[in-house]
Design a binder for this molecule. Structure first.
Ligand code: NDP
Ligand code: MG
Length: 386
């Protein structure tokens, strides 16, 4: 029985994880979970999963749920996330919170010797160097949940060190892949939230359309697979059937294919190296799909992808600034405070505005994350809806 801490249980990845866990009750048990503000959905999960510990977003939610579930221990905010992730009973922490809030509990879990099933890519974007070092030091595994990274991880299995040539990350192109930059000026939130292939949380759906998500994934891949940025390629693959690929020294390509169902990489991160059937899986038949297409990425059309390589290569806190500015800007777009193209403009400006040394400590990175948020929030307030 694998005992799981599920951080971000009420989200899109959290919900798919609960599906995987409840389909295999003899293998998995959720012993702690967290959510932020979705208290009714959270209460339903507590009833169903009977966790020992629950982290919530506010004192009010804690008070309300403590009286309904006196047998459960509750914690609030960062303290609650860290406690949920480091509980003695926990074997593996599935980090499915969205945003930089995932970093501290993930680090704490690694230091407590827990394996990590990592969905929260922001953790590696901000602190890849420290996270990967801590994982080695504490002898814990970091198993990717992000579908592209799970695909690469699967392709790398059994490969001899030194065989690898490049990582090839596929991108669906998101909801606006067929629009020109001129056409992007007038797009709405509703249009942005219609992802052609995947059903995901709002923020990552917006990030897919700006290609910010792919940018974060490039940086995530750099750390996870310890690969130079020059050896990471991105290709447009509209079908989202090939989840990603690797190329080898002799020119061979290895790819991992499957339906657009996050339960697959989630389950594999929890059962690795064993494979199990997935309940009610959509039929997947390549003869029905017929054709798979691959196109080069247009870096001018998607400047956030180009910027990812720039901030990734600069290193230090640059990726943190890139991510933090986007978290604020994408959220402001979701809340109707800014127009779509303003997201890219704010991220670009935040990166240009940051001009510090690339030698930073982890605690400085955490401060720079906070400072960037404050700066971008101020810009949005000052400039209003543009
Ligand atoms: P969602 O927005 O659907 O869910 C986010 C979860 O985090 C919810 O449980 C939410 O709680 C909780 N949360 C939000 N804000 C905070 C906070 N400040 N403190 C603590 N908890 C918080 O996100 P997704 O499931 O889409 O994504 C989660 C992570 O996984 C992201 O890092 C994303 O990049 C990554 N990912 C997602 C994929 C997908 O298919 N969705 C694919 C690959 C990676 P509440 O509901 O109460 O607000
Ligand atoms: Mg992905």
């Amino acid at each position: 029985m694998k005992k799981i801490a599920l951080l971000g249980a009420t989200g899109s990845i959290g919900t798919s994880t609960v599906d995987v866990v409840t389909a295999n009750p003899e293998l998995f048990q959720i012993v702690s979970l967290t959510f932020h503000s979705s208290s009714e959905q959270g209460a339903t999960l507590i009833k169903r999963l009977k966790p020992l510990y629950v982290g919530v977003g506010s004192q009010e939610i804690k008070s309300e749920l403590s009286s309904r579930f006196p047998e459960v221990e509750f914690g609030v905010g960062e303290v609650g996330l860290i406690k949920a992730a480091t509980l003695e009973d926990v074997d593996v922490v599935l980090t499915a919170v969205s945003g930089s809030v995932g970093l501290k509990p993930t680090m704490a879990a690694i230091e407590a010797g827990k394996d990590i099933a990592l969905a929260n890519k922001e953790t590696l974007v901000m602190a890849g160097q420290w996270v990967m070092e801590a994982a080695v030091k504490n002898n814990v595994s970091i198993l990717p949940v992000d579908s592209e990274h799970s695909a690469i991880f699967q392709c790398l299995e059994g490969q001899k060190q030194g065989n690898l040539n490049e990582l090839v990350i596929t991108a669906s192109g998101g909801s606006f892949r067929d629009l020109t930059r001129e056409e992007l000026k007038a797009v709405t939130l509703e249009q942005a939230l219609k992802h052609p292939n995947w059903s995901m949380g709002k923020k990552i759906t917006i990030d897919s359309s700006t290609m910010m998500n792919k940018g974060l994934e490039v940086i995530e891949a750099h750390w996870l697979f310890s690969t130079d940025y020059d050896k990471i390629k991105v290709v447009l693959h509209k079908e989202s059937i090939v989840h990603s690929m690797i190329t080898l020294k002799d020119g061979a390509y290895l790819a991992q294919l499957g339906p657009s169902d996050m339960r697959e990489p989630i389950q594999y991160a929890l059962t690795y190296p064993t494979r199990l059937p997935i309940k009610n899986e959509k039929p997947f038949d390549l003869t029905q799909i017929g054709q798979l297409n691959f196109e080069p990425m247009d870096f001018e059309r998607f400047p956030m992808l180009a910027l990812a390589f720039i901030v990734g290569k600069k290193g230090g806190a640059y990726p943190t600034v890139y991510n933090a500015a986007n978290e604020i800007a994408a959220t402001a777009f979701i809340n109707g405070e800014i127009s779509y193209l303003k997201i890219e403009e704010l991220v670009q400006r935040a990166v240009e505005n940051y001009n510090e040394t690339t030698e930073v400590t982890l605690s400085e990175v955490i401060d720079i994350d906070k400072q960037t948020r404050t700066i971008v929030e101020r810009w949005i307030k000052e400039e209003g809806r543009l």
